[in-house]
Design a protein around this ligand. Structure first.
Ligand code: PLP
Length: 448
């Protein structure tokens, strides 16, 4: 390929990066990633970078799996594309749907496909409103979500999300979405114990339902463990109370499993780890380990039955794309055959947990949280007081992320929280490399 500087100049001239201040990036040049294998990326200068984020929380089975490439090529030759709108279907759609029905808990047996998580969450907005309209309760339209949640970037899914910056750019949210606070004890728990705080935050859902009117609320959406919001693990008291409230007021529970699904939390789905019974699950990312863009909504028998009474006027050209579906199915088979869930439960997560939690001995690190293979640390100048820095939130986190990057580790920052979600296949030796590089970056951050 061309020399790095030329690639960077062309990139800066013509490529607009998502979630990026493009002028600032153009001035320094984007790092050009040229290949990947296992948990390592390679850049155009030949550096090997440990990918602590599995791409964007998605490359669960690791990079460089030839089996997936072979399945994609075979499917492209056989049937590269066809839709499932025209009273037609195809083998990859059938096989993947049956497999997902088998893997998903309870009677979550029906899949509506999209190209990713954002589209799937847009589908969910229409699914739950159609469901209640068909059940003779058309006033049940409002969806309750959480502040600081990320549910996608389309207008609908970014409205479900609770990121103030995303709302400000573009006049969101759309009407009919209501946000309650997230259960982030470290930052917002004050003098309460985590358990008291978890109950207080869950009861905000009940209060919102009472304020908005039970007859106006369709659904509550949340991630089992809030990912892009900073790997916020709710106190143990939170989810049982949320489930009780959803049951009591007949509110559909949507679990956004885009990050938590497919082994990330140590079970097939985060709902199993948190012991909740969703009516709808959003899936994407780990569904194909990022090898193809595919997502969807898995719904319970009764939801599918009600939706099935009418024509659901919704769908995407690439819903159940045959190549994406075939690759996703092979990915799920690999997770099963290699017992990657067992690897997470027995090897990777316990080892990472021990090393990750030990980071709290570093002067900058307050709490360390981890569920399965998603983890965060809160950076703080004062652990006792759980105090934020005097600088603009995110300043120290950004420095730490830059120091990680310079030390060939991808770790993300959300404000002043650092987060990781490495490929599930990571070995104990690779965890050691990750932790060593993280410690160097933390030391360098402290020095700055
Ligand atoms: N939901 C959650 C919880 C996510 O983390 C993401 C992406 O990061 C999405 C939805 C959006 O998925 P996509 O980027 O595939 O549209």
């Amino acid at each position: 390929h061309m020399p790095t500087a030329e690639l960077q100049a062309l990139d800066a001239a013509h490529h607009m990066h998502p979630f990026t201040a493009n002028a600032e990036l153009a001035a320094k040049g984007a790092r050009v990633i040229t290949g990947a294998k296992g948990v390592y990326l390679t850049d155009s200068e030949g550096e090997r970078i440990l990918d602590g984020m599995a791409g964007l929380w998605c490359v669960n089975i690791g990079y460089g799996r030839d089996e997936l490439a072979e399945v994609a090529v075979r499917q492209m030759r056989e049937l590269p594309y066809y839709n499932t709108f025209f009273q037609t279907t195809h083998v990859p759609a059938i096989a993947l749907s049956a497999k997902l029905a088998e893997l998903a808990p309870g009677d979550l047996n029906h899949v509506f496909y999209a190209s990713g998580g954002s589209e799937a969450n847009d589908t969910n907005i229409r699914l739950v409103r159609t469901y209640w309209a068909e059940k003779g309760k058309p006033s049940k339209k409002i969806i309750i979500s959480r502040k600081n949640a990320y549910h996608g970037s389309t207008v609908g899914s970014a409205s479900l999300g609770g990121m103030a910056g995303m709302h400000a750019q573009g006049g969101l949210p759309i009407p009919g979405i209501h946000h309650i606070d997230q259960p982030n004890w470290w930052a917002e728990g004050g003098d309460m114990t985590p358990e008291e705080f978890g109950l207080e935050r869950a009861r905000q859902l009940e209060q919102a339902i009472l304020d908005l009117g039970e007859d106006n609320v369709a659904a509550f959406i949340a991630e089992p463990v809030q990912g892009a919001g900073g790997v916020i693990v709710a106190p143990d008291s939170y989810w049982p109370e949320i489930q009780r409230i959803c049951d009591k007021y007949e509110i559909l529970l949507i679990a956004d499993e885009v990050i938590c699904g497919f082994g990330r939390t140590g079970n097939w789905f985060g709902s199993q780890t948190m012991n909740i019974r969703p009516d709808i699950m959003t899936i994407a990312k780990g569904l194909s380990s990022g090898y193809q863009p595919i997502g969807g909504s898995i719904v319970r028998d009764e939801v599918a039955e009600v939706i099935g009474r009418t024509e659901f006027n919704h769908g995407y050209t690439y819903s159940a794309h045959p190549v994406a579906a075939a690759v996703a199915l092979k990915n799920l088979e690999i997770i099963e055959e290699e017992d990657l869930i067992g690897h997470v439960q027995k090897v990777a997560a316990p080892y990472l947990k021990q090393k990750w939690e030990a980071l709290t001995d570093h002067p900058l690190v307050g709490e360390a949280r981890i569920v399965g293979m998603m983890a965060s640390i809160a950076l703080t100048p004062d652990k006792e007081a759980r105090a934020p820095f005097a600088t603009e939130p995110g300043t120290v986190g950004y420095i730490c992320r830059e120091r990680c990057f310079a030390n060939n580790l991808i770790m993300r920052h959300v404000g002043d929280r650092m987060i990781i979600a490495p490929p599930l296949v990571i070995s104990p030796e690779e965890v050691d490399v990750l932790i060593d590089r993280a410690r160097i970056a933390l030391d360098e951050t402290l020095d700055e």
